[in-house]
Design a protein around this ligand. Structure first.
Ligand SMILES: *[C@@H]1O[C@H](CO)[C@@H](O)[C@H](O)[C@H]1NC(C)=O
Ligand SMILES: *[C@@H]1O[C@H](CO)[C@@H](O)[C@H](O)[C@H]1NC(C)=O
Ligand SMILES: *[C@@H]1O[C@H](CO)[C@@H](O)[C@H](O)[C@H]1NC(C)=O
Length: 767
């Protein structure tokens, strides 16, 4: 299995998460692993009246000792259990077993946002707030800190009667921790404990309580209540609130200090479906593999089929290309951008040059005088390749004491670097970006005076240090700055396309705020997430596609409240076709990693614009049948389709299924580059169906393309809609001459009736 380990370095929480608590796998003679066992429920022998009995009997036929961890009802027909490789092998040969999938470990992809998104300017969502309060957002994460004011339920009426969720009791958590805002809280630890042994209750609560901070942050971002006077040490002060303040939150804790296991994640999805959530927010990711081998892809298929919109983080693998997670076409995949808020800090060098950086440091100020400046690589014990990173115990105290140390970004958590410098006697730190991070500045609550600098400034500062006899510097801090431009820019860490699993589906779908986001935090650890950090905060500022995902989850809840009849695909379509790709001055949104205009491989359809999404005019809707046709287009066998969709389904031999025909709101077009100098143009045709959700109106199509070498023909060019939900189809034909392999080009296709603009991105690539 191809584990896609996200470049965690950029994401405070994830690092914290893996750094704080290391657990070794138990060693036994015949090592066991956890597997998810998929059973052919439609072919249960008549001798059983109950499928769980049947599952149990199948398991017992190969082992006396293995216990079922979970049985799954909705996301799969089957169960999970811990087995040796031999037992798993034997079980595969039993009748009725479809497939045995080894468990995968997932990781978390770790308030000014409502204003930034224009939600303050509109009353449009208030009109329908009665329905908004019926929407329940399930968050699969590290749990919640229920005492946060963001979980206050003032003004909320009773929960809708169809809700079946519960508040489970466990360490430091019982039913009285839930209320009319936090309407459900469950935990899923069986897979985690099977892998690592019983949970150490001194380190973490075996309950829905959040000992990490990540889950409190994501769930309050999606649907936290408004809290006046929120800030982190005075930074980003104002009213903090989630995207959908009237919607309810249900926490499904499947992520623990040692990670999240697919057995637990899938059990959480199973329960969330049964409880009746409307939106599922999942800021986590693991392996990228075929959908029929990917337990989370299968689980989210079931959720979507039940009308639940699944919003997932795109991953923090950027700016590398093809670094996406969660690419299944039934998932809404969210990348990250910046907002217009900054936390400036200033570095002044002995030569008088001043550089702007960022910081969330709030402790005792450093002396307002120039201090000796050193580069970590020159003052480390080891001379290996990572001695510039300020890893634990790497610095020589006698060479660091009383000085400001330049540490390179990457490797260990950013806040941890500040701890390493502090412990070695340093009195300040400059966190230096390399070209991977470009000019992206992520703010952290460092444990000593410190500032992060972009790549250009960092290399100048390092040049100064290496060319000066007694280099010096000082650090100063500038609080919170608003209306920073340009914003948004695509975050360097945000995972990029193309989608290597299904190249004809463009991912990510869109971007949302994910850099320096203020939201609720756990009472268990301080804002840096380091165990030595004893500061307690109700709000923290962190970054990651983990943070952009719950923005979209909350906005989807707003749309669901306004349009309860819309399907998950309809909501996603509205969010995508109304998103924007340019600043007010008409220039394209920038990529902070490169400083040049970003492309649909970075931002998908663009940056989310919730107010426009409320009234999209037309939708690209997609049903479960469409996804089945999509699986046929992938040439999946009936057996593989049964795994993903839990049904007997045979692709019709007479139909020519094509991925190009999945009714997706964006286009990814692959041309084959001719070998041997052939110049024959190649042509591909895509089909789409639009559904009217506005009044009677006539739409005209327009196309804007970067390249005059690609011909784009839409047929018909005009579509007239008379009634609500009326459907009309069109085809778009792309013709291009051969380009060299690896070339990309972009275009947009827009339907407009003068009032609405229904815009789709087109990404061309030549393989
Ligand atoms: C829940 O826990 C709190 C604090 O420990 C306790 O006061 C309360 O009685 C408990 N409630 C229930 C329903 O068990
Ligand atoms: C400091 O480290 C840099 C980069 O490794 C190197 O180029 C430079 O020569 C070193 N300076 C000293 C004084 O060791
Ligand atoms: C499925 O099989 C057909 C016929 O062999 C082929 O043309 C097509 O490219 C295949 N599709 C995929 C996604 O592999």
């Amino acid at each position: 299995m191809n584990m896609l380990i996200f470049k965690c370095l950029q994401m405070a929480v994830l690092l914290v998460f893996s750094g704080r608590y290391t657990i070794a796998e138990k060693k036994t003679q015949h090592p066991k692993k956890t597997y998810i066992v998929h059973m052919d429920k439609f072919n249960m022998p008549a001798s059983f009246d109950d499928h769980i009995q049947w599952y149990d009997s199948s398991l017992k036929s190969v082992t006396d000792t293995a216990e079922m961890l979970y049985t799954y009802k909705h996301v799969a027909h089957g169960f999970s259990a811990r087995l040796t490789a031999e037992e798993a092998d034997l079980l595969t040969k039993q009748p009725g077993i479809l497939s045995i999938v080894p468990e995968v470990r997932y990781e978390l992809h770790t308030t000014r946002t409502p204003e930034f998104l224009g939600l303050e300017k509109t009353t449009a969502f208030l009109v329908s707030s009665g329905k908004q309060s019926e929407v329940i957002v399930g968050v699969i994460d590290t749990g919640v800190w229920p005492e946060l004011k963001s979980f206050g339920d003032t003004g909320l009426g009773p929960v809708r009667s169809s809700w079946k969720g519960e508040c489970e009791t466990g360490k430091n958590f019982n039913s009285s921790n839930c209320n009319k805002k936090l309407v459900g809280a469950r935990f899923f630890a069986k897979g985690y404990e099977a892998a690592f042994g019983p949970i150490d209750e001194k380190a973490e609560s075996k309950s829905p309580r959040d000992d990490d901070g990540h889950g409190s942050h994501t769930s309050t971002t999606a649907a936290g209540s408004a809290v006046a006077g929120a800030s982190l040490f005075g930074f980003a002060s104002g009213t903090a609130k989630g995207m959908a303040t009237q919607a309810r939150v249900a926490a499904y804790k499947a992520c623990w200090l040692g990670g999240c296991f697919t057995t637990d994640i899938v059990a959480a999805i199973d329960k969330a479906i049964e409880d009746g959530v409307n939106i599922l927010s999942m800021s986590l990711g693991g392996g990228l593999t075929d959908y029929y081998k990917d337990s989370v892809a299968m689980g989210t298929f079931a959720a979507t089929e039940h009308g639940i919109l699944v919003s997932s983080s795109a991953g923090n693998g950027g700016p590398s290309q093809a670094s996406l997670a969660n690419v299944a076409p039934w998932i809404t995949t969210v990348g990250a951008g910046t907002i217009d808020r900054d936390f400036p800090a200033y570095i002044t060098l002995g030569n008088g040059k001043r550089y702007n950086g960022v910081s969330l440091y709030n402790g005792k100020l450093p002396p307002d005088s120039l201090l000796p400046l050193v580069y970590a690589a020159n003052v480390s014990l080891n001379s290996d390749s990572s001695d510039n990173l300020c890893t634990t115990d790497s610095l020589i105290p006698s060479k660091v004491s009383g000085k400001i140390v330049i540490c390179d970004r990457g490797g260990n958590p950013r806040a941890e670097k500040s701890l390493v410098v502090k412990r070695a006697g340093g009195i300040g730190m400059i966190l230096a970006n390399n070209e991977d991070y470009g000019e992206e500045l992520v703010a952290d609550s460092y444990l000593l005076p410190a500032a992060a600098l972009g790549e250009k400034a960092s290399s100048e500062v390092k040049k100064y240090v290496s060319s000066t006899r007694n280099p010096t510097a000082k650090i100063a801090f500038g609080g919170t700055q608003l209306q920073v431009q340009p914003s948004p820019v695509v975050a360097a860490f945000s995972s990029r396309g193309p989608n290597i699993l299904t190249p004809k589906i463009l991912k990510p779908d869109l971007i949302a705020p994910g850099v320096n986001i203020l939201a609720g935090w756990t009472g268990k650890v301080g804002p840096s997430g380091l165990s030595v950090d004893t500061r307690h905060v109700s709000f923290n500022i962190i970054s990651g596609t983990s943070m952009s995902c719950p923005h979209v989850s909350g906005l989807a809840a707003l749309l669901k409240g306004a349009h309860p009849e819309w399907s998950p695909a309809a909501i996603r379509s509205a969010l995508m076709t109304t998103s924007y790709r340019t600043y007010k001055n008409g220039q394209t949104i920038k990529d902070i990693a490169t400083g040049i205009p970003a492309t649909p491989f970075d931002y998908g359809a663009g940056h989310v614009d919730p107010v426009a999404a409320l009234d999209p005019g037309l939708l690209y809707d997609t049903t479960t049948d469409d996804y089945l046709s999509f699986l046929c287009a992938l040439n999946y066998t009936s057996f593989q389709i049964k795994l993903v969709a839990r049904r007997e389904f045979t692709c019709d031999k007479r139909i020519k299924y094509r991925v190009e025909d999945l009714n997706y709101p964006s286009f990814a077009v692959q041309f084959v580059s001719a070998s041997g100098g052939s110049h024959k143009p190649s042509t591909v045709q895509y089909k789409r169906i639009l559904t009217n959700v506005g009044t009677s109106s006539t739409y005209k199509v327009s196309v804007s393309s970067q390249s005059p070498l690609i011909k784009i023909v839409v047929e018909p060019q005009t579509l007239s809609f008379k009634t609500l939900y009326e459907k009309k189809s069109y085809t778009v034909t792309f013709t291009s001459n051969s380009m060299s392999s690896g070339t990309t080009s972009f275009a947009h296709l827009e339907w407009s009736d003068g009032k609405h603009k229904v815009t789709s991105p087109i990404a061309f690539s030549w393989t």
